[in-house]
Design a protein around this ligand. Structure first.
Ligand SMILES: Nc1nc2c(ncn2[C@@H]2O[C@H](COP(=O)(O)OP(=O)(O)OP(=O)(O)O)[C@@H](O)[C@H]2O)c(=O)[nH]1
Ligand SMILES: Nc1nc2c(ncn2[C@@H]2O[C@H](COP(=O)(O)OP(=O)(O)OP(=O)(O)O)[C@@H](O)[C@H]2O)c(=O)[nH]1
Ligand SMILES: [Mg+2]
Ligand SMILES: [Mg+2]
Lengths: 288, 273
């Protein structure tokens, strides 16, 4: 565990007034291992450590802390700052359109229903749209989830764009106040499906374009997120399956490289298991 | 990837970065680098040495599926949510059928929304029979029925689909143990394969999943899916290194034919592309 290792390093050094360059270098080596084990991207870890090293050398150790505690505090504070800052939340009470996108199996369909559930709790009238025409029983899956929470699910149409067009009509007729579009899982390098996504986004012009990412994603998180951001444009990220023990370093990688905020965390298979993203909790988790 | 420019000490930094980029993980990467540094490798021979090192970790055997003689082969598929279990079963059923085997698919994911219809569609696509019960049924009961039917009808292979589960959920791990025990009692030696289905995009948690499931349920091999993406799946090198678990199948797409046997030589070559 990072904090135990850092404590170990500083136990060898006695009381010091300022953090020396050597203190910091030793600590940064441990930090790098912790970040890489947590799936933070190699280049992102390097950049993050560069930032910390600059901030840490010469720092006056707070009277209330020992050197190790102070370094840990600097690291944690910086992590929280990078991960969070001022996070623009998804305005559940007022958002009118959401497009869900991401790789295969990351949790788009389940998370679409979770978002609809949050709206139902605020007495809104969302419409779930099953715009995945490829995956066997994808539409049925969304229908079952929608039925559980009494949210209408629109699935007519042979292609994704047909379904989207039909759903816009339906939403108007039935006075739905938010349309949540579930899309098919796709590789960021599948040109045809990326083009489909561009068409969907253009037609819907969503207020929120959310990239759904599996919490255990490794080094490729950077490539995946930056490709979706560059090709499609996203407003935020939802990290899923964080009820497991994946450290979630992908969060830091994605935030640092795209600058896009992580807005929610999926913490289970049940419909109410979607939590707001807490930077300090994530920072603690990444450090291990 | 792995393009060495440095002819000095800094080449090792390049190697480390290349390893980490594939999700091999820092511990295994540093260990491999240490061993190579201590052998007197010249920079020109480094690429070959790395390939040989990784190949020796992956091993030369255990990549084939284990088919027992004189009884139905029982293959149990496990893995975390969304890794590709259901789709892999569809593809494998098709492959085995084309190889002349009779196949029965068991729909033992009785939990997730539309899990059974999803598997039913795959069974329909490959013309293979599926055994299912109602949603919410006991997965162990489905497995039992499937083994029963396989014995009665002299079926060659049973592929058991299960619900996605995180290794941290104890009640779900217990459920999997129970499914395994039911198979063992019904057919001695079953399941002949317990395959951990792992997404190639997984980071270090893939190793933790493998360690956990190996310990709690037993794993005989790995299915590495979504290799058609940009992730290299290097985590299986750490898994081979630490747990000696072989990869038996790879998934390379969402179509019925997008499955292949694991070829360690091709895998190592792909790492270096
Ligand atoms: N434990 C856990 N499981 C989750 C979470 N979110 C989704 N899942 C599960 O992950 C699996 C995949 O979820 P889906 O919603 O089907 O994923 P998807 O992105 O729509 O998949 P495709 O449409 O095939 O790309 C299912 O078994 C879900 O129940 C989560 O936060 N925690
Ligand atoms: N590109 C690609 N997609 C794949 C591959 N294998 C599976 N998928 C996709 O990944 C998604 C999830 O696949 P499933 O078979 O539902 O995964 P699962 O493990 O059964 O999921 P749960 O039962 O919910 O835990 C689907 O969209 C599949 O089409 C593969 O090799 N390549
Ligand atoms: Mg889906
Ligand atoms: Mg499944």
């Amino acid at each position: 565990v990072f904090s135990t290792k850092i404590q170990g390093i500083f136990n060898k050094l006695r009381k010091k007034g300022l953090l020396s360059k050597d203190d910091v270098t030793a600590t940064m080596r441990e930090l790098r291992v912790a970040l890489l084990e947590a799936d933070v991207n190699f280049k992102v870890a390097k950049e993050f450590i560069g930032k910390i090293s600059e901030k840490a050398v010469g720092v006056e150790i707070l009277k209330s802390l020992n050197p190790a505690q102070h370094v840990i505090k600097i690291v944690k504070d910086e992590l929280v700052e990078v991960l969070g800052g001022d996070i623009p939340q998804v305005r559940i009470e007022s958002v009118k359109s959401i497009l869900m996108l991401g790789l295969q199996g990351c949790g788009k369909t389940t998370t679409s229903a979770k978002l609809a559930y949050k709206m139902i709790q605020r007495k809104r009238h969302p419409l779930l749209v099953g715009a995945d025409p490829y995956r066997p029983a994808a539409k049925e899956q969304l229908q079952i989830l929608g039925k559980k929470i009494s949210v209408p699910v629109f699935i007519d149409g042979k292609t994704a764009i047909e379904t989207l067009n039909g759903s816009l009509e339906y939403a108007k007729e039935h006075k739905c106040d938010c349309i949540i579009v579930d899309s098919a899982g796709r590789l960021h390098v599948d040109n045809e499906l990326m083009d489909e996504l561009k068409v969907l986004k253009q037609r819907l012009n969503p207020e929120e374009c959310l990239l759904i990412v599996d919490g255990m994603t490794g080094q490729e998180a950077v490539n995946i997120a930056s490709t979706f951001e560059k090709e499609i444009g996203i407003s935020g990220v939802i990290l899923t399956k964080l009820d497991g023990d994946a450290r979630g370093g992908a969060a830091l990688s994605i935030k640092m490289v795209t600058g896009k905020p992580i807005k929610f965390m999926g913490v289970g298979e049940n419909i109410e298991q979607l939590e707001p993203f807490y930077p300090d909790r994530m920072a603690q988790r990444i450090l291990g | 990837f792995f393009k060495f420019f440095a002819k000095d000490e800094s080449v090792w930094d390049e190697v480390e970065e290349a390893f980490i980029n594939t999700d091999v993980g820092i511990e295994t990467a540093l260990r491999i680098i240490d061993e190579l540094r201590n052998s007197s490798i010249k920079p020109e021979g480094l690429r070959i040495a790395l390939k040989e090192k990784i190949s020796s970790i992956l091993g030369t055997q255990g990549f084939c599926l284990n088919f027992p003689s004189n009884m139905p082969a029982i293959f149990l598929f496990i893995g975390v949510n969304g890794s590709g279990k259901t789709t892999t079963i569809g593809k494998l059923a098709f492959k085995l059928k084309n190889e002349g085997k009779s196949v029965l698919i068991a729909a033992a994911d009785t939990y997730r929304a539309a899990a059974i219809p999803q598997l039913e569609e795959w069974a329909r696509r490959c013309g293979v029979e599926i055994l299912k019960q109602q949603e919410g049924a006991d997965p162990g009961a489905v497995a039992y029925d499937a083994l029963d039917a396989a014995i009665a009808r002299n079926i060659d292979v049973v592929l058991i689909d299960t619900a996605g589960r995180l290794h941290t959920k104890h009640h779900l791990v217990r459920e999997m143990k129970k499914i395994r025990e039911i198979c063992e009692k019904k057919i001695p030696g079953a399941p002949h394969e317990i395959l951990l289905v792992l997404d190639a995009v997984s980071g270090q948690n893939g190793l933790i999943q493998a360690q956990n499931f190996l310990e709690s349920v037993g794993i005989s091999g790995i299915v590495l899916t979504k290799l058609d993406g940009t992730a290299k799946g290097g985590i299986i090198i750490s898994i081979a290194d630490k747990l000696k678990l072989p990869v038996k199948l790879i998934g390379v797409g969402e179509g019925l034919e997008d499955i292949g046997e694991f070829n360690p030589v091709e895998f190592v070559e792909a790492l270096f592309e």
